[in-house]
Design a protein. Sequence first.
Length: 390
Amino acid sequence: MGKSGSRSLWKNIYLLGLTSFFTDMSTESVLSILPVFFTEVLGAPRWLLGFVDGLAESINYLTRVFSGAVADRLGSRKWIAFLGYTISNVAKPMLYFATSWYHVLVIRIVDRFGKGVRGPPRDALISLSVRERVTGRAFGIQRALDELGATLGPLAATLILLLGLGYRSVFLFSAIPGALALLSLLPVVDVGTGTGGREVSIFTMYRRLPRSYLRVLVPISIMSIGFTSFSFILLLARSSGIPEYLVPMVFLLIHFMNVLGSFLSGFLCDAIGSSKVLLMSFLMYSATCAVPVLLQINPLIAVVTAVLYGLYQGIYEVSSRALVPTYVPSELRGVGYSALQVASGVLSIVGFTIFGYLWDVVGVKIAFTYSLTIALVSSLVLYLLTVRRE
């Protein structure tokens, strides 16, 4: 089983995709309404929403510092991933009891902690289950199933709201697909290659990562300072005049475009190289930010922004993960994914909070201008350090 790429291990890709499908159906049904619930029901300001999003995602990515390394040391990725999925899928229904912003903060942190635990070992399982030349396709399939579930989550939330059952019923509903996700993970075959526990220190494993890997990590770290979260895309839709009950449908659109971006980028990574596709995602994010900066904001412009944001996410998630096997050996694959996801996530608390603060203080166009500037700088750095060298 240490030899990855056998035809039988393709079943891991589909099972892990199914696990992601149900988990994202659960997660995105909640997240499609959470920004409006947070700001309009609980009465919290937008900058606090950005802070909560950023802090939760930072916990997610800081957790990945250890989860990938632990999985590599143990040589067992499946059960570390299972633990992370369990934590997340138990936490989300607890939002039913939230009556203050700090309740949301705690639950979001626990949920994202679970995501941080599961992410690197799951990605390592995927990359070790297929041959390197089809890694992009494997991640594209998993990501597309993930996003397909994410499109159904907002749809379920919309139906629940149209039935007049309220936000808290959506939170309870999230428990059902969450349970199905755990059942889907059980048949996955563990790919048992790793360090065998020989490393004394987890940080020793990070020091063994190739220096050339910094050519990927540096531009992604810069990019994270300018990230805006999906929450602000939904608030843009709401502030443009889109009715409250249709906001989850904007979230559905984001994920539908994410599915399309995932499929396309999976094949493109294998055809032209992951670094070029990653640069494409950076430029797509630049276009996302440019639309509300250059045009008068109305419902149509909000929808166009959501479409571009969804495409960017799908292309970025697949290309960044497909690029890792180019630089990182198989025995350190979990650590490699941890480093990637920490680089893209820890600084997001800065980006999200700055974006929300700029929106509150000087307006939405300045907030998107900030993100656009960072995206263009990141694109240039990625081109100079990685794409041009390859």
